[in-house]
Structure formats: C-alpha cells, structure tokens
Design a protein around this ligand. Structure first.
Ligand SMILES: Cc1cc2nc3c(=O)[nH]c(=O)nc-3n(C[C@H](O)[C@H](O)[C@H](O)COP(=O)(O)OP(=O)(O)OC[C@H]3O[C@@H](n4cnc5c(N)ncnc54)[C@H](O)[C@@H]3O)c2cc1C
Length: 552
C-alpha cells in the first residue's frame, strides 16, 4: 500500500504547482501529494488509486474549471472515495458556489485563493480534514479484491480457487456500495463478474482459472520442457510423491487442476492421520505439504488441467488443455476421485449457487443462522456436519441407508450425537432442488415409503462418493470398468502381461500398463481410500520410479 494521498485539482498550472508545493512541504513525509489539471484527469487518478487500494485522505478542487467544475468533480469523486474529505477552492467569495458545495457534496472547507501564508490559511484547514479522515478512514484492503455475485457459480469458483490455494483476498458483493465502486473503477459492469483486482491494480474480468491463478502469483507455467518426473494431481498422493521425488534428487514437477490438497484439502478435520492426535484440517495439512515439496525444489503448477498422456519412445508427454505440453522420463498419476454428481432435477443448474460438491468452506460464513443440508453417510459428510454445525442454525444430514454404522467411523457418529443442532435423517434422499437465482427449496423423499416433502433450503453440500475422472487416459493405458487404474499384479491375466507391454519384466506394484507411468492414491484400482495410504503410495511410487530409471 502506498502513502495516503492528498489530491489537488486546478486547471491553472501556476496555482496547481503552488498548491502541490505548499502541501508537499508540510505533509510530504507522511502523505503522497498528487495534482491534476482537470476533473477528468483527477478522476482517472482516483480510479487507479482505488484499484491499487491506496487510501485518499483529502481532495482540494478548484471551483472554476472548464471541462468539469470543482463541485461536479467532487460529486463524482465521492462515488469512488466517499470518506475522502473535500475542500473547494475559489478565487473570490462566491456565495452560490459555497451553498451548492455544501448542499451537493457536503464540503468540509471552502478556501479562498491565494492562501498566503499557508501556515495560517491552508494548513489548519488541511489538518482538520486529515483529522476528520483519521477518525473515520477508508478500510484499507491490501489483498486481492474479488467482486462477485453472491449466487453466481463463476464467482464461487474464483473464491474457492483463491481460498484453497491460500491466497489472501477480500470479497465484495456487487450488491454492496464498495463492490459497486470497485466495479466502476475497474470500468466493469455486473455482467463482468467475477472481477479480480490485484494489489498492483491489475483488473481481470471473468478470468479463467488459469488466468486468475497466474495474476495472483500462483505458478501456472512450467520452468522447463523436460523433467525426470511429472506428477499429475496435488492431493496427498501427489504431494507425497513430490516431497520424496524432489528430496531424492529427481527434477520434479507437480501439476494440479485446482488447488493442492485434493479431497483431503476439503476436510475440516482429519482425525486419523498419524502424528496429529488432535486432528488437523485438510487445509493445514496441504499447506505444510506444499511448503515441504517446494523446500526440496519440486515445482508446483496450479490451475492446469492435464488432458492427454502420450508415449513417444521412452519419453512420456503430458498435454495441457491449451495444447502445450511437458515431458519426462516417468510419470505418477495421482488424480484421485471427484464427487459423483447428485443427478436429481434442478441440482445441476444450481451448482455453485446453493448446491456445492464437497465442503466449500468459503460458504461457512454465509450459512450463519441458516438450515444447512448435507447429503452422504460417509466420514466426509460427517466431518462436514460437525464443521457446519458451528455456523448454521441447524444441520440436516441426509443418509440413504437405514443407519450410519456401516458407512461412518464410530468416533464421528459419537461426535454427531453430541451436537444439538445436527439432525440425522436416515432412509432419506434428495428428489429435487428448486430455485431460480439460487437454491430455495429441496424436495426430500423417504427411501422406504416414497413419500415426499418440500423444505425451504439455501445450502446443500453433497458428499456422495467419488468417481475417477480418467477418460483422458482411454486407449493409453488399462482402466477398469469404473475408470480406476489397475497396477502391478492386477494387470496380469493368467500370468500374462498386459497387451502392448514391452519390457522383459512384470509391471511393478504401482506401475500401470504403460511402463514408466505409475499410479498412487484413490485413482488406483483397489486402493484404500485414505490420506495415509495415498501419501504412502506417493512415496512408494517414487522408489519404483528410481528402479525404473536405473534399468533404462
Ligand atoms: C471431505 C473429506 C474428508 C475426508 N476425511 C478423511 C479422513 O479424515 N481421513 C482419511 O484418511 N481420509 C479422508 N478422506 C479421504 C482422503 O481425503 C482421500 O483418500 C485422499 O485425499 C486421496 O488422495 P489422492 O491424492 O489420491 O487424491 P485426491 O485427494 O482426490 O487428489 C487428486 C488431485 O488431482 C487433481 N487432478 C485430477 N485430475 C487432474 C488432471 N487431469 N490434471 C491436473 N490435476 C488433476 C484434483 O484436482 C485433485 O486435487 C476425506 C475425503 C473428503 C472428501
């Protein structure tokens, strides 16, 4: 953030210089003194200051200026910086101007030119303005500013991306005055949201996730075209592989579509991961792992979607959605699973606008005093219920089966039973979601009787198990009927190696049907779906990568 600003506007260059000189001499150490020669020029300067988040303390505007008089300027300036104090300068007493200035723009002072000596005529007035501003200054926002619509899926995705990548940001709704002021300064309209404004004043309107990640300083472009090891997926398995790969001297890059942490990053509290007896939030775990991987020299690319894998001789090439590619000797696929969609009428249209997959912790504050619905009977749904119960008036856990015992850990069942505002509804499914702009109602169905009832609802969080999104590997390596990737012994049929296998040995335990491409974590067929096992497989995959590299 720059120094707070004192801005003077006068079309007479001599007067303009004199005001700025007097102000600088007295206030220059603490304040930045800017001058403009017309209202439009000053408004442009204010617009830039707004975007950069620099505070403006006082505006001193000449009354008689050709393009836009001082009162008109101050009127516009108030839209941008309502808390900046305002003074009007005139060459002679002009009662009409004074009355107008007081009525229209509520000026603090009315100054007659010239003001010699400034010690008597100018500084006391400016001192008062500075004091008035200090008593009620602009809130200073040094982070990224994100202006969006409360119920817009793209706005939600932008918030989620920043939050999950631990980028500090401040959210402004288009409905609040400061949100509107920022939009005006960015020369954007409500149709352009989300609008992102960086601390340096760079504006992005409706950015793609890669554009957004790039502008807030997340690394999106590879530093090299060729690596020893490329890891696809930044969940626990991918991060585990990155830490071991980089620490063991492999030139390693990890590519993540959204944010590091994967599913685990969405967990409000992981209680069964070794070494954290009091539990750890997925966000914290991901943050530590990310720092650890970077410390060892792993490169992390974020908001980049890998869409193809190709084998060019011994080279393994991975292609991004924009057509560019990187290559390596070996690859670890750690792409995990994504939530299955709810698949009921209305839910798809309302995704990101009241219907969320996973915890969407950025929504927690919005759930205050509301009734929150959570679908799912596994640990992830249970953790979310415990988490949202701290914010919401009541949490309703909708479980298809007759009890939680078969799908949820006992410690979570006990925790839920001890929270007054959590209500478990067994044998209950979501039949329909309703709402125009955002989720307004849910129709629930009794799984046994088929009876339906509709309830007001603003938030529905869905945790109904995951499916691997591996269609992009179709034809490149063997996948099972659900899309999971078999490895090692599971690839052998009656002792025969998989079709197209070229090496004179069986695939290693975590190796896919394409030599040099290893698989770790939830995406691997028959893997245990746990944080610890994913991290372990990531580490083990790196050992097998070494073995593979040695035999070449
Ligand atoms: C809310 C919640 C709570 C949980 N709680 C626990 C718990 O308490 N204890 C426990 O042991 N387990 C828990 N789990 C399960 C655990 O999180 C998973 O088993 C673990 O995260 C799997 O790790 P992974 O690295 O294999 O995959 P994921 O965590 O699924 O990570 C895969 C990553 O790959 C990325 N990706 C996918 N495709 C691509 C692509 N084409 N290009 C680039 N990137 C891609 C994804 O964006 C994702 O970030 C929980 C899961 C959830 C959802």
């Amino acid at each position: 953030m720059g120094k707070p600003v004192l801005l003077s506007v006068d079309d007479d260059p001599g007067v303009s210089r004199a005001v700025a000189r007097d102000l600088r001499r007295h206030y220059g150490e603490e304040f930045r003194v800017l001058r403009a020669s017309s209202g439009p020029e000053a408004l442009e300067a204010l617009r830039e200051l707004k975007l950069r988040g620099d505070p403006v303390v006082a505006l001193l505007a000449d009354y008689r200026m050709p393009e836009m008089n001082g009162i008109e300027f101050l009127e516009h300036a108030m839209d941008v910086f309502p808390r900046a104090r305002r003074a009007l300068l005139t060459a002679y007493a002009d009662t009409d101007a004074a009355i107008q200035a007081i009525n229209l723009v509520d000026v603090d002072s009315y100054l007659l030119k010239p003001w010699d000596p400034p010690e008597e005529k100018l500084y006391p007035v400016v001192d008062q303005m500075i004091q008035a501003w200090r008593d009620s200054p602009d809130a200073v926002v040094e982070e990224v500013k994100l202006v969006g619509h409360r119920w817009s899926a793209p706005s939600f995705r932008a918030r989620d991306l920043l939050a999950r990548n631990a980028v500090p940001y401040r959210w402004f709704s288009v409905d609040e005055p400061e949100g509107q002021r920022l939009l005006a300064a960015a020369e954007a309209g409500p149709g352009d949201v989300p609008v992102v404004i960086t601390p340096a004043g760079v504006v992005l309107r409706s950015p793609t996730e890669t554009e957004l990640a790039g502008v807030v300083g997340l690394s999106v472009d590879p530093q090299s075209a060729f690596y020893d090891l490329i890891i696809v997926g930044g969940g626990p398995a991918g991060l585990g592989a990155a830490v071991y790969g980089a620490s063991e001297g492999l030139r390693t890059v990890l590519v993540e579509r959204e944010a590091t942490g994967g599913q685990a990053g969405q967990s409000s509290r992981i209680e069964n991961y070794l070494g954290f007896p009091d539990g750890v939030s997925g966000g914290q775990l991901a943050n530590r792992a990310r720092r650890q991987a970077r410390k060892f020299g792993a490169e992390l690319l974020l908001a980049r979607d890998v869409v193809a894998l190709e084998a060019h001789g011994p080279k393994r090439v991975l292609r991004f959605a924009d057509g560019s590619s990187i290559a390596a000797h070996a690859v670890v696929l750690a792409t995990g699973v994504s939530y299955r969609s709810l698949g009921v009428a209305g839910a798809e249209e309302l995704t990101g606008r009241g219907v969320y997959y996973g915890s969407a912790m950025t929504e927690a504050a919005e759930c205050a005093d509301r009734k929150v619905f959570i679908v799912g009977g596994a640990n992830s749904a249970g953790q979310a219920a415990v988490f949202f119960a701290r914010y919401a008036r009541s949490v309703h856990l909708l479980v298809r089966g007759p009890s939680l015992e078969r799908s949820m850990s006992q410690y979570l069942i006990e925790q839920l039973a001890g929270i007054d505002n959590v209500h478990v509804h067994t044998c209950t499914t979501v039949a329909e979601a309703h709402g125009s702009d955002h989720l307004e109602e849910l129709t629930l169905q009794d799984a046994q009787t088929g009876e339906r009832a509709t309830h007001p609802a603003s938030h529905l969080f869905v945790f109904i198990g995951g499916a691997p999104r591996t269609h992009w590997l179709d034809g490149v390596l063997v996948r099972d009927e659900h899309g999971f990737i078999p490895t090692g012994p599971s690839l052998l049929e009656d002792g025969s190696r998989p079709h197209g296998w070229t090496l004179d040995r069986d695939p290693y335990f975590l190796e896919s049907s394409l030599p040099g491409v290893f698989v770790a974590g939830d995406v691997r067929a028959e893997s245990v779906k746990r944080v610890a096992s994913a991290v372990g497989e990531g580490a083990m995959a790196v050992t097998l990568v070494h073995r593979y590299l040695e035999e070449r």
